[in-house]
Design a protein around this ligand. Structure first.
Ligand SMILES: [Zn+2]
Ligand SMILES: [Zn+2]
Length: 257
């Protein structure tokens, strides 16, 4: 199993200025290739990093914010072989898939109709998905973010457990819920507390990984303040504070498990 980071920037400045990219990351494994949170640039960075969208088996969108959903439609057009073949799995937050009373859905019904299977993620649910090459299991966890259906997940594929804590505030049971991961990816947008709510800071990540105890922690989705503080220094702080090996993701970085 390998992870490829196609965009490690977060926050409103990175979204527009692309200091760091916003393409999300890709999981490549024997049983499935999965693109997670394809924000703006996901398609271009996939091609630049030789990650063929035609070879995708699944697209996951953790919430309906532009920096996570923008390129999802076009990645689905790739997954469905130029939209000509009904195939692949789409997993999205409920609002990404269905919208809500006051919010448009993030993925058009036309794009959804191209996939073989569409799943609006339900908090607390465990699901198994079959692909053309095998299968994977996913467990859905509700998070606390401005988009109320935002979810994190633990995904088991080819005996590797990948955890992903996307945009969220600190919640009491995060550490417990995300225990047992070989690798836990956490969106750590800022080094210190600031006036904006809905995101994790370095200190929060220390608290989470102390309890979750993944074999490796990867921080990503870093905002401008994080980039100024130095992602490697912040990763070191997390490693020292928690005793867990921690890596700061870089655009184009590949990790093999
Ligand atoms: Zn975000
Ligand atoms: Zn968000």
């Amino acid at each position: 199993m390998e992870l490829i980071f196609l965009g490690t920037g977060g926050g409103r400045v990175n979204l527009i200025k692309q200091v760091r990219g916003t393409g999300g990351f890709r999981i490549n494994s024997r049983s499935a290739n999965i693109h997670v949170d394809p924000g703006p640039g996901a398609l271009l960075h996939s091609i630049k990093n030789r990650q063929d969208p035609l070879e995708l088996d699944c697209v996951i969108v953790t919430h309906n914010h532009t920096d996570h959903v923008n390129d999802a439609g076009v990645m689905i057009e790739g997954m469905t072989r130029y939209s000509l073949k009904k195939r692949g799995i789409v997993i999205g937050s409920a609002i990404t898939i269905n919208g809500s009373e006051d919010r448009d859905r993030g993925l058009t019904r036309w794009h959804q109709s191209k996939a073989s299977e569409v799943y609006a993620a339900k908090f607390g649910e465990k699901k198994k998905f079959a692909t053309e090459k095998g299968s994977f299991d996913i467990e859905i966890f509700g998070l606390k973010h401005d988009e109320p259906s935002t979810f994190g997940f633990k995904l088991t594929i080819d005996n590797v457990v990948v955890g992903y804590i996307t945009d969220t505030e600190l919640m009491e049971d995060l550490g417990k819920n995300f225990s047992g991961c070989d690798v836990l990816i956490i969106n750590c947008i800022k080094p210190e507390h600031d006036e904006y709510e809905g995101h994790l800071k370095t200190e929060d990540v220390i608290e989470i990984v102390k309890e979750a105890k993944p074999k490796t922690c990867v921080i990503s989705h870093m905002g401008i303040k994080m980039l100024r503080a130095g992602p490697n220094l912040e990763a070191e702080r997390i490693e020292k504070g928690s005793g867990i090996r921690t890596v700061a993701a870089k655009d184009g970085m590949k990790l093999v498990f």
